[in-house]
Design a protein around this ligand. Structure first.
Ligand code: ATP
Length: 939
């Protein structure tokens, strides 16, 4: 009686009590023989492969004369497919699929081993982890900034923003000074506005006013198309009072021609993804960065993942090359000289005018736009070694802004130069962010008090001391060396920082008392360390910026908004899909206010399959629904109440679930619910992708199932739950996924599903100062009783839902193929987890048979593997996101020498990055090669 099938195929609608022989069943008691038709019965698993094979053999024996009694099964099957009309043209896999599909109508039932042989759910004690926190709002307003009054009014009226956020208060004055900057601040803390506002301010102040033909002044590079659209839209709002500043978008979806035309028309601010921008750099002559005074790399760490570093390097190099080329333009020089001669006569007039014009320039950033200089801004909520290297390569005399509380840092690389002449002492300013609120209030003074911030305007630095790269040890030209000349940047970096990772003393105890005791000890220790730090002269690395960034990276502590309630739920593999359905119903259907949630999955095949499967099953899509009068919400609630009372009585008297009356369920046991489902991944057609993104943004409630393509930067209003159905590939990914909720100090919740074998992954997160609580799994399936109202308890409701999920997945070959593809892609993804998390997310611990159940499949893993092998869709080319860095293209276009780029040690492993590589392609169709055109003409 190991594998039994629950058959609910009754016609009668009258409640009857089922008499069950249940003495030997371990968990759920199945009947060996039905006492009467139409009630809960159990029977052997029909789709057992051995049975299938026996049947095939039987048929073969009937129809084909037995050639040899010793022939093996494969010979029989071959004979079947080759000789017999019924099976002609079908391979073994097709036959197997046919049988799989036939089983449903024949049996009318389903496998019901959902609650059998599941591993125990471990209890993971909570350790004493003190999360890093960050104050979101600064307590000052935009009027305190020295910006155009129209901007302030626009922010208030069109964006509804009044108060400055902490990162904005710290970063805007520095950006207005034209300084290079690296910003680290938690997710949803307003980093986009922190750079967009001063950029618009700097541009609008240029006189005479710029126009779209003056060239691209600002380039903003972001990792995904959605983020590009979002950033572009913010710029559109900010330039409303300054119509002569024109933002533009290059993010894919449109034809090359249309984008080329837009570039030819002219833009002031260009927002785009690296692949797309780089592609136009190679194929669109009108794209020129000679006038680019500001480069923004948002989500800098992500930009260096997924093989994007070459595109980013090419953009940085293009800006430098174009600017250089513009400087040495002989025609421009001649023109300039002629102009000088012509205007000699008016020299007096010019001299008189000059001071007036100079007075108009409030911020150094405006001067940067008018000069040959370039300001670079790097941003992310998480820093990696690769970002450190990128900062070393791209930033000159930079400032590091880290806004986490208790360690808020504004570290200035120019501090050293000033101190050389003054104190010969290097200090990182650890300061309380709130303490400098008053510094912004005086408009006529330098915006920041440099005594507090350690910032000195670039003008005050002696010429000889300026122009230092962010890291003294980095060799800048390394970026563009040829293969054989390349040296690893890493070997050159002197890592002076010996700071110990601030891993807290841990306690495995759950008790609050223990937790607070450890916290107190920690607080005392921290106090002591801080006072010691004041006495000890810091190590002289020669660059405060370098020291601060390296410290932040070595400590590797992550920060999340404190308004997000983070939990994890340990779910046995077989129960994952039904638990997901339950959480969706609980959050989006039962929640009276209407919930909006994002579900992260590992692969795009999973996203496609799950979103359609869940929508079909929960919403009754494609199912003819005959609404029963008594299945209205009110009656269901009433019934539930009665059942609950009955349950309580019965639980004491009976141990069998099958002794409870089981009414024939409406439409297979499920009542459809109202639910808006959305899905998003990088391989979706562009228009559909944008449409989904826009619709989900405005939706009041609903579920977005997506890959990590939605993990970065996306700002969707009212998302109050983030569910990680598959564990993230790193703690950093965890932070960005969770960061889609609790934005701008809003309240949010985050749940991560873990398998029992993955439970220790929580410890990995705790080491990074992320604190999570374990959720109680006993209530996780309760919400399913809403969709299976006739089920006597949550477990039976889960069985009914699982049955419907399986039946749907076995509706036809197309469904079956998609289910198998999703399963196979997940298995592949799982074995590709990066090495540093593989000890917790170990593919060898997986039970692949149970995993099949989680994909609503009934096949054995071996049969699934065979199906995957014969599926042409799974043999499709690996996603290729290096459209713009092909060798032949490198050679074709002058000015783009073959580059060997290493921004740092690659931390992503190729296997796992391939799964998501398609998320980040340029969005352009491949170029038609000239020989193809010739061929076409000939034809
Ligand atoms: N001063 C402000 N007051 C109130 N809300 C603000 C302010 N500045 C920005 N916001 C809002 O905060 C939200 C998050 O901003 P933003 O997307 O820039 O965050 P972020 O730090 O870039 O996040 P991520 O790290 O996830 O990319 C947005 O909805 C934005 O409108």
């Amino acid at each position: 009686m190991e594998d039994l099938q629950l058959n609910i195929s009754a016609v009668k609608k009258v409640k009857k009590k089922v008499d069950v022989d249940n003495k030997n069943a371990p968990e759920y008691k199945f009947m060996s023989k039905p006492k009467f038709i139409g009630k809960t019965i159990a029977r052997k698993r029909p789709q057992n492969l051995s049975q299938t094979i026996k049947k095939l053999e039987g048929e073969a024996q009937k129809k084909v004369p037995k050639p040899n009694t010793n022939v093996d099964l494969s010979t029989n099957l071959r004979d079947l497919s080759e000789n017999k009309g019924k099976y002609q043209g079908k391979n073994y896999q097709e036959l197997n699929d046919d049988l799989q599909l036939k089983q449903k109508p024949r049996s009318g039932g389903w496998i019901s081993s959902l609650f059998k042989n599941n591993p125990d759910v471990p209890r993971i004690g909570q350790r004493a982890v003190k999360p890093l926190t960050e104050k979101v709002f600064a307590g000052t307003t935009f009027t305190d900034l020295d910006i155009h009054p129209h901007s302030v009014a626009n922010l208030q009226q069109n964006l509804g923003l009044k108060e400055l956020m902490t990162v904005q208060q710290n970063a805007i004055p520095i950006i207005l000074q034209g300084r290079d900057i690296l910003i680290r601040s938690q997710t949803g803390s307003g980093k986009t506005l922190a750079y967009a506002l001063p950029i618009v301010e700097g541009l609008q102040a240029i006189r005479p006013k710029i126009n779209r033909h003056d060239g691209i002044m600002v380039v903003v590079v972001v990792p995904t198309r959605e983020l590009a659209v979002q950033t572009y839209e913010l710029f559109l709002k900010l330039v409303k009072p300054f119509t002569w500043v024109v933002p533009g978008l290059l993010s894919g979806g449109q034809k090359r021609k249309a984008e080329k035309a837009r570039l030819r028309k002219g833009l002031s601010i260009l927002v785009g993804t690296p692949g797309r921008i780089n592609d136009h750099l190679r194929h669109t002559k009108s794209l020129n960065f000679a006038k680019t005074g500001c480069l923004v790399l948002d989500e800098a760490d992500r930009l260096l993942d997924m093989g994007y570093e070459k595109d980013v390097a090419a953009i940085v190099k293009a800006i430098e090359d174009h600017k250089k080329a513009a400087t040495y333009d002989p025609m421009a020089l001649i023109k300039q000289n002629i102009k000088k001669d012509l205007t000699k006569d008016n020299a007096e007039e010019t001299i008189e005018k000059q001071p007036e014009e100079k007075n108009e320039i409030k911020h150094h950033l405006t001067e940067v736009f008018l000069s040959k200089q370039r300001q670079t801004i790097l941003l992310s909520a998480t820093l990696t070694k690769a970002v450190e290297n990128l900062a070393g390569i791209t930033l000159v005399d930079p400032v590091f802004v880290d806004t986490s509380e208790g360690r808020a840092v504004v570290a200035d690389s120019l501090k050293l130069q000033r101190d050389d002449s003054m104190l010969d002492q290097v200090n990182i300013t650890n300061m309380n962010v709130t303490s400098n609120e008053n510094n912004l209030k005086c408009k006529n003074k330098p915006v920041l008090d440099d005594k507090v911030h350690n910032i000195i305007p670039e003008d005050n630095v002696p010429e000889t001391k300026r122009g230092l790269k962010a890291f003294s040890g980095l060799n800048y030209p390394d970026l563009f060396l040829n293969d054989n000349e390349t040296q690893t940047s890493d070997s050159k970096i002197l890592n002076n920082v010996t700071n110990q990772s601030n891993v807290n003393k841990e306690s495995d105890s759950d008790s609050d008392y223990e937790y607070f005791k450890v916290q107190k000890e920690l607080a005392e220790k921290t106090k002591k360390v801080e006072s010691d730090e004041e006495d000890v002269k810091p190590s002289n690395t020669g660059n405060t910026f370098e020291e601060a960034v390296k410290t932040a990276i070595v400590e590797d502590e992550l920060i999340l908004p404190s308004t997000v309630n983070q939990t994890f739920l340990i779910v046995p593999m077989k129960l994952r899909l039904v638990t997901l359905c339950s959480l969706i119903v609980e959050h989006c259907v039962l929640n009276k206010k209407g919930g909006k949630m994002i579900v992260f999955m590992a692969t795009l095949e999973m996203v496609d399959y799950h979103s359609e499967l869940i929508e079909t099953v929960l919403c009754g899509k494609n199912v003819k629904v005959k609404k029963k009068k008594n299945s209205t919400k009110k009656s269901i609630m009433k019934k539930r109440k009665l059942e609950n009372e009955n349950d309580e009585d019965k639980s004491s008297s009976s141990s069998s679930e099958f002794e409870i009356d089981y009414e024939e369920p409406v439409e297979g046991g499920l009542v459809p619910v109202e639910l808006e489902m959305f899905s998003l991944h990088g391989s979706m057609p562009h228009e559909q992708r944008m449409e989904v993104f826009k619709q989900f943004r405005v939706a009041r409630n609903g579920v977005l199932i997506c890959t990590d393509v939605a993990a970065r930067g996306l700002d969707v209003p009212r998302v109050d739950l983030v569910l990680q159905y598959c564990a993230p590939a790193s703690a950093t990914d965890y932070v960005h996924r969770v960061g889609r909720t609790g934005r701008a100090a809003q309240v949010g919740a985050a749940v991560m599903f873990l398998l029992p074998s993955e439970a220790q992954f929580v410890r990995h997160l705790e080491q990074k100062r992320i604190r999570l609580r374990q959720s109680d799994e006993s209530k996780a399936l309760d919400a399913l009783r809403t969709v299976a109202p006739t089920a006597p308890n949550a477990a039976r409701a889960a069985i009914a839902v699982q049955a419907r999920l399986e039946n749907t997945a076995h509706t036809n070959k197309d469904w079956l193929a998609r289910a198998s593809r999703a399963y196979t892609s997940w298995v592949r993804f799982y074995s590709g987890y990066p090495r540093d998390v593989r000890q917790w997310l170990d593919a060898r611990q997986l039970h692949l048979g149970h995993a099949a159940k989680a994909f609503a499949l009934r096949d054995t893993p071996a049969a699934l593997a065979r199906r995957a092998k014969s599926d042409p869709n799974l043999k499709k080319e690996k996603p290729f996101n290096k459209l713009t860095v092909r060798d032949e293209e490198e050679r074709k276009r002058p000015g783009f020498p073959k580059m060997k780029v290493t921004f740092g040690t690659r931390i992503t492993n190729t296997q796992s990055s391939m799964h998501t590589a398609s998320e980040f392609d340029s969005g352009l169709p491949p170029l038609e090669h000239s020989y193809n055109k010739k061929k076409k003409k000939k034809i």
